[in-house]
Design a protein around this ligand. Structure first.
Ligand code: ADP
Ligand code: MG
Length: 292
C-alpha cells in the first residue's frame, strides 16, 4: 500500500466523520464478508423510554415505581436510566438503596428498607427461584412489540413488570440494505431476549440474530465467525462491546458511545449513523484500487 493513497483515504474518511486509526484498518475494510451489529445504541438510539408499568400482587403502581427507581438509581445501564428518568418525571425522590449489586447481562439486586429487590431478566428470576409463569403471556406480548421487559421481584415474589422501548436510528435500515447489496452478511448481537431482538431486527431487515448473549460472550461469537473463515467487522457502542470490537478483523465504534468502545475500535463513526460503515468500505475499496 502506498502511504499517499492511504493518507488520502484516511483524510477523506475524516471529512465524512469516519475516523480511521491506522492504515491496516482501511486496507482490511474492503475484505469484510460479515458485519455484526450490536442492537442497543448501535442499531437503535440507545435511549429507551418506559412504555408500560404493570404492578402485581396488590402493590400500588406508585410504590412499584418508587422501589424500582431506588433499585436502579446506581446502575449505569440505559434500561435502568429509563426507569430513573421516568420516575423523576413523576416526582419520585432519588434515595440510595442500602446495598446494590449489578449483575451484568441480568439486572440488579438491591436491599431497600431491609427488603430484597431484584430487577432484570427472566434468567435473573430463574437463578433466584422466583416464579413468573403467570406473567409469561403478558411479557411475550410486550416483547413482540419490540419492547424490552424487566421483571421486578420484591421479597422473592414477582411484583411487577416494566417495559421500555428504544427507537431505531433513522438510517439503520438503509445501511443494512446497502451492506446486503454489497454481498455482506449482516448479524445482530444483543444481550436482550430473542423476541425483542427479532422484532427490532425485522424492522431493519436483519434475519440473522444472536440474542441473550452475555457480555463476556460477545467476543467469542465474533471469534466463532472468524473461525468459519469469515472476515468480520463488529460495530458497537458499549463497554460490553469492547472485547468483541478488539477481536473483530475491523472494529467500528459509535462516536456517541462509551470511551472504552472507541478505544477498543479501529474505526469510529462520529455521526453514529450506520451508513458510515458502507462509506468506510467504499473508501477502502477505492483506496485499494489506487494502490494496485
Ligand atoms: P444489552 O445492552 O444488549 O441490552 P446487557 O447484556 O447489558 O445487554 O443486558 C441484557 C439484559 O439484562 C437487558 O436486556 C435487561 O433485560 C437486563 N438488564 C441488564 N442490566 C439491567 C438493569 N440495570 N436493570 C434491569 N435489567 C437489566
Ligand atoms: Mg449497545
Amino acid at each position: 500500500a502506498t502511504p499517499t493513497s492511504i493518507m488520502v483515504g484516511t483524510g477523506k474518511g475524516a471529512e465524512n466523520g469516519i475516523l480511521i486509526k491506522g492504515a491496516e484498518h482501511l486496507e482490511n475494510a474492503h475484505r469484510l464478508t460479515t458485519i455484526v451489529l450490536d442492537k442497543t445504541g448501535t442499531i437503535t438510539k440507545g435511549e429507551p423510554e418506559v412504555t408500560d408499568i404493570v404492578p402485581f400482587a396488590g402493590l400500588a403502581e406508585a410504590e412499584l415505581l418508587r422501589l424500582a427507581v431506588r433499585a436502579e438509581k446506581n446502575s449505569e445501564h440505559p434500561l435502568a436510566q429509563a426507569i430513573v428518568k421516568y420516575g423523576q418525571k413523576q416526582g419520585v425522590s432519588l434515595n440510595d438503596p442500602e446495598s446494590f449489586t449489578a449483575i451484568p447481562g441480568y439486572g440488579v439486586e438491591v436491599t431497600i428498607e431491609g427488603k430484597r429487590v431484584l430487577v432484570g431478566t427472566r434468567k435473573l428470576m430463574l437463578k433466584n427461584n422466583i416464579e413468573f409463569e403467570s406473567a409469561v403471556t403478558q411479557i411475550e406480548q410486550l416483547e413482540l412489540q419490540g419492547k424490552t421487559v424487566m421483571l421486578f421481584a420484591l421479597e422473592n415474589k414477582l411484583s411487577g413488570l416494566f417495559a421500555v422501548a428504544d427507537t431505531v436510528k433513522e438510517h439503520s435500515a438503509q445501511a443494512v440494505a446497502e451492506l446486503k447489496k454489497m454481498g455482506i452478511e449482516v448479524w445482530m448481537i444483543t444481550g436482550d431476549n430473542t423476541r425483542t431482538a427479532q422484532a427490532i431486527a425485522q424492522t431493519v431487515g436483519i434475519t440473522s440474530v444472536m440474542a441473550e448473549v452475555l457480555p463476556e460472550h460477545k467476543a467469542e461469537k465474533v471469534e466463532a465467525l472468524k473461525k468459519e473463515g469469515k472476515v468480520v467487522a463488529m460495530v458497537g457502542d458499549g463497554i460490553n462491546d469492547a472485547p468483541a470490537l478488539a477481536t473483530a478483523d475491523v472494529g467500528f465504534a459509535i462516536g456517541t458511545g462509551t470511551d472504552v468502545a472507541i478505544e477498543a475500535a479501529d474505526i469510529t463513526l462520529m455521526r453514529g449513523d450506520l451508513t458510515g460503515i458502507v462509506a468506510a468500505i467504499r473508501l477502502s475499496k477505492a483506496t485499494m484500487r489506487n494502490i494496485k
